[in-house]
Design a protein around this ligand. Structure first.
Ligand code: GLC
Length: 587
C-alpha cells in the first residue's frame, strides 16, 4: 500500500476536571488540606496537558436517523461509552454545511451545522451533555480554503471588481492555457484552475472545489477569527486547525523545484517549497492563540502540520508559548515500523524540545491507514495493538486516539473503483485507493451494520471484522484490545507518575528491540517502569534503576500483555514475551 501517512500530509472527569472549566463545579470538595493543596496545584495545569483526546469522524460514529450517515445525535447517544472508556475530549471532524466534495473539509458556511448531521440545537445539546460527563468538544477548523460553493467564493469569482476578489488567490496564466506556475495540488495535478468568467486562475492546494483563502487580506482574517469566536461562545474547548502550514504561498509565484520520479497521480514529484510553511503561518497562529486566550477554561489549539523535523515542529509552540499548545507530531505517527531505536530517538527529541512544549502523539486518523494494519505483522496484530496503545497512552504526551482504534479496527479499503467515495481514491485509483478504508463505520456490536445504522446501506460498508471486533463483544473479554485500552486509560488517570508533567526517563538506550522508560513525578521516589518489546521474539532485559533513585529491586506488575497477574518481577533480569508490554510500579 502506498504510504499515505507520509504521502498525505507530506502531502500534507470525572477526576480530571482540573482547569478553570465548567465541570469544576461538579468536583467533590477536597477531603483534607493536603487534598486541597493538590487540587489547587492541579488546577494550575491546563486540562489539555493531562487529557486524552479522541477523534470522532462524524459520518462514521453513530447514525441516529437511519440515513446511513453518522450524526450529532448519534454522537450524543454514545457519550456514556466515551466517558466509560476514559477520554477527556473529543475532536469532531467538520460538520459545517458543505457540498461534501472532501467530506466536510470543503466548508460553505463556518457558523452553521450541515443538516445531514443535525441542527445547531443538536450541537448545543451535545456540548452540554458532554460537559455533564466531563468531556470537552473540540471543533475542526479549516482555515486554508473554503468550498467553491461558499458565498465568499461565489462573490469573489463573479467579477474582477468584486470587493471579495482579493479574498482568494487569483492570478493570470502564463500564456494561452498555461497556469501561472508549476504548483501542484496535494490531490493531484495543477493547483490552478482556470475560471472563464473572469479569465484568471484561482489557486487550490487541495481539490479544485477547495479554493485557498488569501490570508494576506485582513478581512479574511477577521471573518475567520469571528467564526472561531462563534464556536467558543457556544462552549467548545478549542480547535484542531486543518492544514495550517499551507496558509501562505510565495507572492512571487516561483516554480517549485522538480524532484525525480512521479507521484500516485502520474505528476512529476515536486518539493512544495513555495506553498508550505511560509513564515507568516506563525503570525496567524499567534493571532489565533490570542482569540482563544480571551476565553476562560484554557481552550486549546491543535495544529495539523507534517513538520519535517523537531526544530520545525517546535516552532509551532511559538517563541513565547504563544502559538499552538498541541502540534500533532507526525514524525512519531509516521515511524510505520516497530523500531525501538526510531521511537526512542524521536521520543527523546520531542521530550527535549526547545520550547518545552507538550508532546502530542497519535498513530491513526481519518487520513491515514489504521495502526492495527500499519504496525501489525499479520500474525500478532492484537498484541501489537496493545503495544501501540501503551506507547500512545503511557509516554509523556497528550495522546490523540482515533475512533475504533480501541477495539482494533482495521483499514478496509474498497476493492473496486466504483465503490470509492473519497475523491483522491477516484483520481488516484488503483495506486491511491483513497481514505475510505480508515473511515468505515464504528463497530458497536455484532448486529447488522455493527449497530452503526439501521439503514440498508451505510455510506461505507461495515467490514466483516465487525463480527468479532466490536464494543459489545470485546467488553465481555478481559483480554480484548478494548479492555486493555480501558485499563491503560484508568491507570493514566490514577497514577500521579503518568499525569501532569511526570518525567519521561529513557532506559537501556542501546537496546535494539526493547523500548523501556520510567515515568516519574519530579522529586518522587515512586515511578512507573514501562517495557515494550518491539520484536517478534522474547527478550531478556536488565535494568539498573539506582541512578533514577529507585531502591527496590523488583517491579510490581500493574498492567501486562500478555497478562501475568499481579506478580513482582526482578528488574535486574526479566524476560518480556514477543511484542510484550510490561508496566509496573517501582520505588
Ligand atoms: C486535512 C484533512 C483532510 C483534508 C485536507 C484538506 O489534511 O485532515 O482530511 O482532506 O486537510 O482539507
Amino acid at each position: 500500500m502506498l504510504n499515505r501517512n507520509k504521502f498525505f500530509f507530506s502531502i500534507i472527569t470525572l477526576g480530571l476536571c482540573l482547569a478553570a472549566s465548567p465541570c469544576r463545579a461538579q468536583q467533590a470538595p477536597p477531603q483534607s488540606s493536603q487534598a486541597a493543596a493538590r487540587a489547587h496545584k492541579q488546577a494550575q495545569v491546563p486540562w489539555w496537558k493531562h487529557a486524552v483526546i479522541y477523534e470522532v469522524y462524524p459520518r462514521s460514529f453513530q447514525d441516529s436517523n437511519g440515513d446511513g450517515v453518522g450524526d450529532i445525535n448519534g454522537i450524543t447517544s454514545r457519550l456514556d461509552y466515551l466517558r466509560d472508556l476514559g477520554v477527556d475530549a473529543i475532536w469532531i471532524s467538520p460538520m459545517y454545511p458543505s457540498p461534501l466534495v472532501d467530506f466536510g473539509y470543503d466548508i460553505s458556511d463556518y457558523t452553521a451545522i450541515d443538516p445531514l448531521y443535525g441542527a445547531l440545537a443538536d450541537f448545543d445539546r451535545m456540548v452540554s451533555e458532554a460537559k455533564k460527563r466531563n468531556i470537552r468538544v473540540i471543533m475542526d477548523f479549516v482555515p486554508n480554503h473554503t468550498s467553491d460553493q461558499h458565498p465568499w467564493f461565489k462573490e469573489s469569482s463573479s467579477s474582477r471588481a468584486n470587493p471579495k476578489r482579493d479574498w482568494y488567490i487569483w492570478r493570470d496564466g502564463k500564456g494561452m492555457g498555461q497556469p501561472p506556475n508549476n504548483w501542484q495540488s496535494w490531490f493531484g495535478h495543477s493547483a490552478w484552475k482556470f475560471d472563464p468568467t473572469t479569465n484568471q486562475y484561482y489557486y487550490h492546494h487541495f481539490y479544485t472545489e477547495q479554493p485557498d483563502l488569501n490570508w494576506r487580506n485582513p478581512q479574511v482574517r477577521k471573518a475567520m477569527y469571528d467564526a472561531m469566536r462563534f464556536w467558543l461562545d457556544r462552549g467548545v474547548a478549542g480547535f484542531r486547525i486543518d492544514a495550517v502550514s499551507r496558509l501562505f504561498e510565495d507572492p512571487n509565484l516561483h516554480d517549485d523545484p522538480i524532484l525525480p520520479g512521479k507521484n500516485a497521480y502520474g505528476d512529476p514529484n515536486i518539493a512544495h517549497k513555495y506553498t508550505d510553511n511560509l513564515p507568516e503561518v506563525h503570525e496567524v497562529l499567534r493571532e489565533m492563540r490570542k482569540v482563544v486566550d480571551k476565553y476562560p477554561g484554557n481552550p486549546v489549539l491543535i495544529s495539523e502540520a507534517d513538520e519535517p523535523n523537531i526544530a520545525e515542529l517546535t516552532k509551532m509552540y511559538g517563541a513565547k508559548d504563544d502559538e499552538v499548545q498541541l502540534p500533532m507530531d507526525f514524525q512519531i505517527a509516521d515511524v510505520n515500523k516497530l523500531s525501538a531505536p526510531d521511537f526512542r530517538r524521536l521520543l527523546n527529541e520531542i521530550d527535549h524540545n526547545a520550547a518545552s512544549g507538550q508532546p502530542h502523539y497519535f498513530f491513526s486518523n481519518h487520513d491515514q491507514p489504521r495502526q492495527w494494519d500499519r504496525y501489525g505483522d499479520g500474525a500478532h496484530n492484537d498484541q501489537i495493538a496493545k503495544l501501540m496503545a501503551a506507547l500512545l497512552l503511557i509516554t509523556r504526551a497528550t495522546p490523540l486516539m482515533y475512533y475504533g482504534e480501541e477495539i482494533g479496527m482495521r483499514t478496509t479499503e474498497p476493492t473496486r473503483k466504483e465503490e470509492v467515495q473519497d475523491p483522491i481514491g477516484k483520481i488516484g485509483w488503483p495506486e491511491e485507493k483513497g481514505r475510505d478504508g480508515e473511515r468505515t463505520p464504528m463497530q458497536w456490536d455484532a448486529s447488522a451494520n455493527a449497530g452503526f445504522s439501521t439503514s440498508q446501506r451505510p455510506w461505507l460498508p461495515v467490514p466483516p471484522s465487525a463480527a468479532t471486533y466490536n464494543v459489545a463483544t470485546e467488553s465481555q473479554d478481559p483480554n480484548s484490545v478494548l479492555s486493555f485500552y480501558k485499563r491503560l486509560l484508568a491507570l493514566r488517570r490514577s497514577e500521579p507518575s503518568l499525569r501532569n508533567g511526570g518525567l519521561y526517563l529513557p532506559l537501556n538506550q542501546e537496546d535494539p528491540y526493547v523500548l523501556a522508560f520510567l515515568r516519574k513525578k519530579p522529586g518522587s521516589s515512586d515511578a512507573i517502569l514501562v517495557v515494550l518489546n518491539m520484536s517478534a521474539e522474547a527478550r531478556t532485559v536488565k535494568f539498573d534503576l539506582s541512578a533514577e533513585g529507585v531502591k527496590e529491586s523488583s517491579a510490581k506488575a500493574l498492567i501486562a500483555a500478555p497478562e501475568i497477574g499481579p506478580q513482582s518481577t526482578q528488574v535486574a533480569h526479566f524476560t518480556v514475551p514477543a511484542f510484550g508490554v510490561f508496566i509496573g510500579s517501582v520505588r
